[in-house]
Design a protein around this ligand. Structure first.
Ligand SMILES: Cc1cc2nc3c(=O)[nH]c(=O)nc-3n(C[C@H](O)[C@H](O)[C@H](O)COP(=O)(O)OP(=O)(O)OC[C@H]3O[C@@H](n4cnc5c(N)ncnc54)[C@H](O)[C@@H]3O)c2cc1C
Length: 391
């Protein structure tokens, strides 16, 4: 769509960012007959890639994600202790999937376009201003100035956007840092998780089957992610688990905790930008998609009533928080608990996990992939009782 046509067009909602959260919000609003424009800074949705693309079967079903996006089914995973002992956790059926993340982003943008939204790639937004009756969105498109009028805007820029800060949307006070590479790997059948201080405080490493002949290896940790990732890769290469690194993804921050505000006049934040992320694993795709539905519902109601000021958008706060804020809060507590464990404690947990009785308990607790803090806390309680039998 030419820039001049955009200037003269009248949009209901401008969506800033074409990640999963932005694209899903756009699709839901367009499906309700709203005129939606997606503005994406990068030339292509989903690139540059940073993410492993693991989502639960619940997420795949709820958002009807096509099988063609699935690279690998996960029905079991291997947990490695700091000293290198391993324990397998197995479920009777697929709990999660490794998705083609670039394909996922493209698919979600395509769905939004099919529903009637328009998408502009290479459009970087640097200002959103409330004008009283709507918003003015300003930025650049291919070196030219871009200015769009809409009745509201959705900020779906991922974590750390200065724009969100300027608009008064809540900011995470704590972050993790995630880094990942694609490496040659033959015959990798399961997801593997590596625990212990070698990945930094509360950090963990992973090895995940990717396209045939390749694996994703990465770390999520508090700080120095690049250093920990290099060491993780070196250890995996030393053990002949992976071969040469063929691609290094960019490192990205992962926000922790529950944010203060997610709405302002004419503006609403969705996805990573307002911490809709699991603090335990750093997974944010599913929560971002859930947040998107809550955002679209709220915006549709506000536009119906003809006003999108912060009071009209306020119901969004309760909607998305009702879905996930308690899980994020508990997940954060669980993370802090695990971060406080020395390697000897982690090693002891692994030893207990390898006991057949506790393996059965782990399987029977049946923690759903996305709502795991409650079951995990219960499991840790059982673990503690195993570890410290009553005197
Ligand atoms: C190493 C790593 C591995 C991960 N693995 C997983 C995983 O396996 N499963 C999972 O669920 N989550 C994972 N995550 C988290 C997941 O990637 C994020 O939670 C998810 O991408 C958030 O989606 P989003 O739509 O909010 O933001 P993003 O996906 O970050 O999309 C934001 C979009 O906004 C655009 N944008 C930014 N600023 C502007 C601007 N000013 N103007 C216009 N456009 C702009 C960006 O270019 C981008 O396309 C991982 C994260 C990391 C770091």
């Amino acid at each position: 769509m030419p820039t001049a046509a955009i200037r003269n067009a009248d949009f209901d909602v401008a969506i800033v960012g074409a990640g999963p959260a932005g694209a899903r919000t756009a699709a839901q609003l367009a499906a309700r007959g709203r005129r939606v424009l997606i503005l994406e800074r990068d030339p292509e949705p989903g690139r540059p890639v940073h993410c492993t693309g693991i989502v639960s079967s619940e997420c795949v079903e709820r958002f009807a994600l096509p099988r063609s996006l699935v690279l690998h089914e996960i029905d079991s995973f291997v947990l490695h202790s700091p000293k290198g002992a391993s324990a397998q956790v197995k479920r009777p059926s697929a709990q999660a999937y490794v998705l083609d993340r670039v394909g996922l982003d493209k698919h979600l943008v395509r769905r939004a376009e099919e529903a009637g939204a328009q998408a502009l790639a290479g459009a970087a937004v640097n200002e959103v201003t409330w004008t009283g009756g709507g918003v003015r969105v300003e930025g650049t498109l291919g070196g030219e100035r871009l200015r769009v009028e809409a009745r509201a805007a959705v900020i779906a820029t991922g974590f750390g956007a200065p724009l969100a800060r300027r608009l008064g949307l809540g900011q995470a006070r704590e972050v993790l840092s995630g880094c990942q590479v694609v490496a040659e790997a033959e015959g990798l059948a399961q997801v593997e998780v590596y625990s212990g201080g070698a990945h930094g405080r509360g950090g963990f490493g992973w090895l995940v089957p990717y396209r045939p002949g390749y694996a994703l290896a990465g770390v999520l940790t508090r700080s120095h992610a690049v250093r920990y990732m290099r060491e993780h890769v070196r250890r995996l290469q030393g053990a002949a688990r992976i071969g040469a690194v063929v691609e290094t993804f960019r490192c990205r921050p992962v926000p922790l905790g529950v944010v203060g505000r997610s709405v302002a006049d004419g503006v609403l934040g969705v996805g990573d930008v307002v911490n809709q992320v699991k603090p335990t694993t750093g997974g944010g795709i599913y929560y971002g998609l859930l947040g998107a539905d809550a955002a679209a519902e709220t915006l549709a109601e506000a536009l119906e009533r003809g006003c999108a000021d912060s009071a009209a958008l306020e119901p969004y706060e309760a909607r998305w928080r009702g879905l996930m804020a308690s899980e994020i809060r508990h997940g954060y507590q669980l993370r802090r608990l695990l971060e406080g464990l020395p390697d000897t404690g982690v090693e002891q947990m692994h030893r207990l996990l390898r006991l057949p009785g506790l393996q059965r308990a782990a399987a029977s607790i049946g923690a759903p992939f996305d709502w795991h803090s409650g079951p995990l806390l219960r499991f840790m309680d059982r673990l503690q009782r195993y570890a410290e039998p009553a005197a």
